[in-house]
Design a protein around this ligand. Structure first.
Ligand code: NAP
Ligand code: F7E
Length: 338
């Protein structure tokens, strides 16, 4: 019989790639989405799997809706990916963030606690939980020091998973994923914003880009690689939490330099801090400016993973290099502009 998987947040970047992976492994995939989701623009269509996933309208904050969905489908595996995932917005929406990312997980865990069927649960934890706790490599033993309402909500959810696993022997675990990008990345995240807007500059559809803290460093991997790690975690007999990342780190400025290199835009940087600017050497025009508008009340300056446990236990390593990710993202945007 086919294994059944339920994915919350199916319409997001990871939900879509995970659905594609599970379908390729012959799963029956149920995808939960919220009523107000932008269905017309959905990513499933882009990967040509819209008709292969059974879509379910689910309000994750409503216990009855969660209980009914899980008890009707009786999945073997649940991947809880639904979240208010944009860190910058979480500063202005702390309650909504906590409800979506933390309280709604209690709904799922309480249903699983009462369920007669053993159902495995994957929770989407994040490198944002570490905050500025360390300037070196981060692994499963690094302490948490979240720097946003988003990070705090995810730490709380992370501890819920540990608690239900220990107290009630639930088959649940968290993947602590570092940033991962792809052509399906949401438009508001910095990599997609840079790629799209540089492509627009290249095609004379935009004059300049405005960014915030370009000195922050991130450990960027490729989303299709990372959903493979999610699946591998749920196949383990004894559920454990894992750090998933590349082990490398680049600043936003280095990401811009690499994207310009791929797009063959010759640039130079001038000035410092809020006055830093990027000039297009072909016409001497400013193409990147810095604005306080995009600074966060608190930011994480440095993230770099040490995914040794994943390599050893899951036999998982990040395959795709940053320059290839940039190429994939640029090619996708450019092809949509033609
Ligand atoms: P994403 O593209 O923003 O997708 C998140 C999904 O959650 C969206 O489909 C969204 O629905 C849904 N959602 C948001 N609020 C909801 C609500 N109140 N009720 C139901 N669904 C809701 O994020 P992603 O990059 O795929 O990330 C997947 C998960 O991994 C998230 O939990 C995120 O926090 C976590 N994570 C991501 C990264 C990363 O770098 N991508 C790293 C670590 C952890 P709509 O489509 O309707 O907006
Ligand atoms: O910001 C800086 C910003 O919004 C990255 C989510 O998937 O990964 C993601 O969270 C950095 C920050 O991602 C702009 O200040 C500068 O330092 O792309 P981001 P994020 O906050 O790292 C983690 C692992 C998750 O779990 C989250 O769900 O870039 N930055 N200028 C900017 N960021 C944005 N968005 N826009 C700017 O203009």
């Amino acid at each position: 019989m086919k294994k059944k998987a339920l994915i919350t947040g199916i319409m997001g970047q990871d939900g879509t790639y995970l659905a594609k992976l599970l379908l390729s492994k012959n799963y029956k995939v149920y995808g939960a989405y919220r009523r107000n989701s932008n269905y017309e623009n959905n990513r499933l269509r882009k990967l040509d799997i819209e008709d292969k996933v059974e879509l379910i309208n689910l309000e994750i904050n409503e216990f009855n809706s969660v209980e009914y969905t899980i008890n009707t489908i009786k999945p073997d595996e649940i991947y809880n990916l639904a979240a208010m995932s944009f860190v910058a917005s979480s500063f202005n929406q702390p309650l909504y963030t906590a409800n979506t990312n933390f309280i709604s997980l209690i709904n799922i865990l309480e249903v699983l606690k009462k369920s007669k069927k053993k159902i495995s649960l994957y929770q989407a934890s994040t490198s944002e939980m570490f905050g500025n706790s360390k300037n070196g490599f981060i692994d499963e033993n690094t302490h948490f020091d979240p720097a946003s309402p988003y990070g705090i909500s995810k730490v709380a959810a992370h501890y819920l998973i540990k608690f239900y696993r220990k107290a009630y022997k639930l088959e649940c675990c968290s993947g602590i994923l570092f940033n991962h990008e792809s052509p399906l990345r949401g438009e508001e995240f910095v990599t997609k914003k840079i790629v799209r807007q540089l492509c627009e500059i290249l095609k004379n559809k935009r004059k300049y880009i405005t960014l915030g803290n370009i000195n922050a460093k991130r450990d960027w991997g490729f989303a299709p690689d990372y959903v493979e790690a999610m699946w591998k975690m749920l196949q383990l007999k004894k559920k454990e939490d894992f750090v998933i990342g590349t082990g490398t780190t680049y600043s936003i400025k280095e990401f811009i330099n690499l994207t310009c290199k791929y797009l063959k835009i010759k640039i130079k940087w001038i000035g410092n801090g809020i006055n830093e600017k990027c000039i297009n050497l072909e016409n001497n025009r400013i193409i990147i400016k810095i604005s306080k508008k995009y600074y966060r009340p608190l930011d994480i300056n440095y993230l770099r993973s040490k995914p040794l446990k994943a390599k050893k236990v899951l036999k998982w390593t990040s395959k795709t290099k940053l320059y290839t990710i940039i190429k994939e993202m640029c090619d996708d945007v450019l092809s949509s502009m033609n």
